[in-house]
Design a protein around this ligand. Structure first.
Ligand code: QAP
Ligand code: CO
Length: 178
């Protein structure tokens, strides 16, 4: 297993549009498990491959209390939404900042597992919001895109400053080609 480098807003590489995964092999499983390790290490509940500079439609999530219920979502699509809500979100790529975003409290989604098997699932609350947030990443979108330009610019400036001062963690990346 390996810890991966998480990109920080306003890095342009977070704007990459991820392409569909078509090969389900050991390399994909290893990558997904490295993502999971990276997410647990960083105390996150969700991580998308674009955040570690891999433009593939891979998401890992664990919203369980004991952090022992990992979910792997390959090529996920939301097929139904219900109950609009405002939800306060954060992001491992925007560390230290939290804003309310318009989301849905209930969704139905379809995804593939690491074997390529398609599954259909209902999700609610944090689980549902997390999936909407992570699918946005696969389309190059961040939660700060939903707030005012002024707020977003201020956050960008603060994160750039922290990066310059070496106060944000970065780790050398394992180059992946999946
Ligand atoms: C997305 O975000 C999410 O600022 C996942 O200092 C978040 O795991 C969806 C994190 C909230 C719905 C609601 C953020 C860790 C983790 C930070 C995360 C931080 C340390 C964010
Ligand atoms: Co995020």
């Amino acid at each position: 297993m390996a810890k991966l480098e998480i990109l920080h807003f306003p890095d342009n590489r977070l704007r990459q549009k991820a392409s569909k995964v078509s090969v389900f092999d050991d390399k994909l499983t290893k990558f997904a498990n490295d993502m999971l390790e990276t997410m647990y290490f960083s105390k996150g509940i969700g991580l998308a491959a674009v955040q570690v500079n891999v433009a593939k439609r891979v998401i890992v999530i664990d919203v369980s209390e004991n952090r022992d219920e990992p979910l792997f979502l390959i090529n996920p699509v939301i097929i139904d939404t219900q109950d609009p809500i405002k939800f306060e979100e954060g992001c491992l790529s925007v560390p230290g900042f939290y804003e309310k975003v318009d989301r849905f409290n209930k969704i139905v989604y379809e995804a593939q597992d690491l074997q390529g098997e398609i599954y259909k699932q209902k999700a609610e609350g944090l689980h549902a919001v997390c999936i909407q947030h992570e699918i946005d990443h696969l389309d190059g979108k961040l939660f700060v895109d939903y707030i005012s330009n002024m707020k977003r610019e201020r956050i960008a400036k603060k994160i750039k400053k922290l990066t310059k001062e070496g106060k944000l963690e970065t780790r050398s990346n394992v180059p992946y080609s999946i």
